[in-house]
Ligand binder design. Structure first.
Ligand code: TYC
Length: 113
């Protein structure tokens, strides 16, 4: 006789909570993404740029060659879009690799709109 109303009370509480959870919009936003840009220059060999794109951006030789030509002709191209941490790592890897090979190749990142 005493158990029945207690169980009903519990069930009602559960239903209230459920309805609140369903109605409340989560405030958590997706973290921003960052474009990694490769810049043209007059001195870095084309084959070196192709190698960089294959090595650090997992492109096939054909994809890498196409993107390299885009940078060569237009001055700049987006070579990937990543989280802040991954973008920073990619930029660092490219800049370090270019510096070690004494090429002036420049790579930067930019927050996506
Ligand atoms: N412009 C360079 C050349 O003619 C090739 C090049 C392409 C350099 C892309 C940088 O990001 C670059 N050798």
């Amino acid at each position: 006789m005493l158990l029945q109303p207690l169980m009903m009370t519990d069930k009602q509480d559960d239903e209230d909570e459920t309805s609140i959870l369903l109605k409340t919009r989560p405030k958590t936003k997706r973290p921003p993404l960052y474009k990694v840009l490769l810049l043209n220059d007059d001195y870095t060999p084309m084959e070196f740029v192709v190698h960089v794109l294959e090595r650090f951006f997992n492109m096939t030789h054909a994809q890498a060659f196409e993107v390299m030509l885009t940078v060569h002709k237009k001055g700049v191209a987006v070579v990937g879009v990543f989280s802040h941490e991954i973008a920073e790592t990619k930029v660092g890897q490219v800049m370090d690799f270019a510096r070690r090979h004494q090429h002036p190749l420049q790579c930067t990142m930019e927050k996506e709109e």
